[in-house]
Design a protein around this ligand. Structure first.
Ligand code: GRF
Length: 216
């Protein structure tokens, strides 16, 4: 078993992905330790989930800073106080500065509710339906300076049903997020997942452009 991997989670909202991560660390043999959860919103429900699990929390209001760089610099300070090996974005609704992304290069993961590179940004379920896609899903990726654009680690693919609404799709995609994010974080914690100049490596093998694919 590899040494414990301290993780800091950043979020802005309800934190169901944080909950899935917390639950996955309760198996006894998990190398992942969530050292802290940090939010730009003091009222984020995700902070309550963290407190309930006995995890340290911090909040840092971006509106109190003049500009993105100043906020990101303060955020880096808060994060690095916990000395994490990995930083996990779990619904953190902030665009990160290039300096922030570079600081955590190779140890910053994000989850996005679409099959990237399709539908970067918001309203992904609505957009997949409007396009008439027969498949939709979610992606875990390393974060680079391109928004929702870094090398893919894993994607979960679900079929789109005729009667689907954005809400029903969101629900099924969310369920998949709760499976693939803990899996990717665990790979990283076990030292199996890394970022190279060519892309994401799993067990020393370059992953396909789509990342590891899971179909349901
Ligand atoms: C998820 O849909 C994730 O893909 C996106 O933000 C949402 C966070 O949801 N990045 P939750 O707060 O984890 O429930």
């Amino acid at each position: 078993m590899s040494a414990t991997c301290d993780v800091v989670v950043l979020l802005s909202g309800t934190g169901s992905n944080l909950q899935a991560l917390i639950d996955s660390t309760r198996t006894g043999d998990s190398p992942v330790r969530i050292a802290a959860v940090i939010s730009n919103r003091a009222d984020a429900y995700g902070l309550q989930r963290a407190r309930d699990a006995g995890i340290d929390t911090r909040s840092l209001d971006h509106k109190a800073f003049e500009g993105r760089e100043a906020f990101d610099a303060a955020l880096i300070e808060r994060i690095d106080a916990f000395n994490p090996k990995l930083v996990v974005l779990a619904g953190f609704m902030r665009i990160l500065s290039a300096g922030f992304v570079r600081h955590y290069q190779g140890r910053l993961l994000n989850i996005h509710p679409s099959l990237l590179p399709k539908y970067k940004g918001l309203h992904t379920h609505q957009r997949a339906l409007e396009a008439g896609d027969t498949e939709h899903g979610c992606s875990v990726h390393f974060v680079t300076e391109e928004l929702d654009g870094g090398p893919l680690v894993v994607q979960a693919v679900i079929p789109v049903e005729l009667q689907d609404s954005p809400q029903s799709l969101a629900q099924r995609v969310h369920a998949q997020e709760h499976l693939i994010y803990p899996m990717a974080v665990r790979w990283f914690a076990e030292g199996r997942l890394s970022l190279s100049e060519q892309g994401a490596l799993l067990d020393d093998t370059l992953l396909a452009a789509s990342g590891h694919l899971i179909r349901t």
